[in-house]
Design a protein around this ligand. Structure first.
Ligand SMILES: [Zn+2]
Length: 144
């Protein structure tokens, strides 16, 4: 199996699509989430941190997937699932070195609070900031 190298072009392309879809998905989730969805997101929030990078990656993905699936659009959920698989190896760099644990955890807490307030604008903008900040960090690491 050939492994394609990590490139800033691929990273930028993937994140450009994520930046369109995920803030929208988070906004939709504030309108469509059931109380059970909110409960699940809150439970996953409490478990996002883990010292082992592969496990931290899995938990981060589970958290975001729960948020986006609360938007109740299966096409969206599937598309994001694929995009996430493609960005895993980029995000792994941050998780492996624990470069982002605390900031990401704090942002997750804010996103959940926005969902609970059912504030769609806030949930969208927090999600956009979260993704943009992670993108900037990864870009810096892979271009160093
Ligand atoms: Zn996250």
């Amino acid at each position: 199996m050939t492994v394609t190298p990590l490139t800033t072009t691929e990273l930028e392309n993937l994140y450009a699509v994520r930046l369109q879809l995920e803030p929208w998905a988070a906004g939709l989730a504030t309108e469509r989430a059931t109380n059970e969805d909110l409960l699940q997101v809150t439970q996953l929030l409490a478990e996002t941190y883990h010292a082992v990078a592969s496990e931290a990656l899995r938990r981060d993905r589970a958290f975001h997937r729960a948020v986006y699936s609360a938007a109740k659009n299966e096409v969206l959920t599937k598309s994001l699932g694929q995009l996430w698989m493609q960005t895993d190896r980029y995000r792994f760099i941050l998780l492996r070195d624990h470069r982002d644990d605390q900031a990401a955890a704090a942002e997750h807490v804010e996103i959940v609070a926005a969902l609970q307030k059912r504030d769609s604008k806030l949930a969208s903008s927090l999600t956009r900031n979260h993704i943009e900040r992670v993108l900037a960090l990864i870009t810096k690491v892979i271009s160093d």
